[in-house]
Design a protein around this ligand. Structure first.
Ligand SMILES: Nc1nc2c(ncn2[C@@H]2O[C@H](COP(=O)(O)OP(=O)(O)OP(=O)(O)O)[C@@H](O)[C@H]2O)c(=O)[nH]1
Ligand SMILES: [Mg+2]
Length: 226
C-alpha cells in the first residue's frame, strides 16, 4: 500500500515528466508501419467515442495532441506519441503512448471496422514492448459485451490492463460509486485486469494525476522516481 505522502510525490513527479517533451511520432495504418519496438508502450483502447484521445490529451496536459472529436470513429490508425526526450543524439524517448481506433463502431463500413479490429488485436496480442493497456469504459454505461471480449482477449494474451471509467463528470456520485463497484467485481474475474478501477474525467481533471502516476510506473517500473 502506498503512503499518502509517497502517492503525492509520485503524482508530482509524473506530472513533471509529462510537462516535459511529448511529441507525436507517427500514425500506423497497418502493422508494417509500427515503429521499432524500442521503448515501453502504453496503449489506449475502448469503444468508439469513449474518450481515448481526450484522456491522452488530459494525461499529457496538451489540449489537442491527440485528435478528439464529436464524430465517433475519428481515430483510425495507431497513433504513437513519444514521452520524454533524453539528451544526446539519437536518444530514445522514455516511453510511448498509443492512441487507437475505437471498437464497436456500427456506423463505419464493415470492412473498415474489421480492418481496425484486426490491427488493434494483432498489436495488443503481439507487441513485445507493450507495458500496459488502458481499457476505457464510459462510466454512464459500464462494461459492455465488446469490452468483455477485449478483456478476455487480453487475459489470453497475458497482457496486463487497467480499467479506466471515463466521463465521470456526466453522472451523479452515487451512480458512479455503483458502477465502479460493479466494474471492480467483474475485473476480479479477469486474470490480466489490475484490481484498481480508475475513475476519470478528462474534462474536469478527476483522477488524472493518479492515473498519470500509475502509467509512468507501468512504463518505467515502480522504482522510476529514484
Ligand atoms: N463531459 C465529458 N466529455 C468527454 C470526456 N472525455 C471525452 N469527452 C467527449 O467525448 C467525445 C469523444 O471523445 P474522444 O476523445 O474523441 O473519444 P475517442 O474514444 O478517442 O473516440 P474514437 O477515436 O472515435 O474512438 C468528445 O466530444 C469529447 O469531448 C469527459 O471526461 N467528460
Ligand atoms: Mg480517438
Amino acid at each position: 500500500m502506498t503512503e499518502p505522502e509517497d502517492q503525492q510525490a509520485r503524482e508530482e513527479a509524473a506530472s513533471r515528466l509529462f510537462s516535459g517533451p511529448v511529441d507525436f511520432l507517427r500514425s500506423a495504418p497497418a502493422l508494417q508501419f509500427l515503429p521499432d519496438p524500442e521503448v515501453p508502450e502504453i496503449a489506449f483502447c475502448g469503444r468508439s467515442n469513449v474518450g481515448k484521445s481526450s484522456l491522452l490529451n488530459a494525461l499529457t496536459g496538451r489540449r489537442a495532441i491527440a485528435r478528439a472529436s464529436v464524430t465517433p470513429g475519428r481515430t483510425q490508425e495507431l497513433n504513437f506519441f513519444d514521452v520524454g526526450r533524453p539528451e544526446g543524439e539519437g536518444a530514445l524517448p522514455l516511453f510511448r503512448l498509443v492512441d487507437m481506433p475505437g471498437y464497436g463502431f456500427a456506423k463505419a463500413p464493415v470492412k473498415v471496422v474489421e480492418k481496425w479490429k484486426a490491427l488493434v488485436n494483432s498489436y495488443l496480442r503481439g507487441r513485445q514492448v507493450l507495458a500496459r493497456t488502458l481499457v476505457l469504459v464510459d462510466s454512464r454505461h459500464g462494461l459492455k459485451e465488446v469490452d468483455r471480449e477485449m478483456m478476455t482477449m487480453l487475459d489470453k494474451a497475458a497482457a496486463g490492463y487497467r480499467i479506466v471509467l471515463t466521463k465521470t463528470d456526466k453522472i451523479k456520485a452515487s451512480e458512479l460509486a455503483a458502477v465502479a463497484e460493479k466494474t471492480a467485481a467483474e475485473a476480479r474475474k479477469h486474470v490480466a485486469a489490475h484490481p484498481e478501477i480508475h475513475l476519470t474525467s478528462s474534462e474536469k481533471g478527476m483522477g488524472i494525476a493518479a492515473l498519470r502516476a500509475a502509467v509512468v510506473a507501468d512504463a518505467l517500473g515502480e522504482g522510476w522516481m529514484g
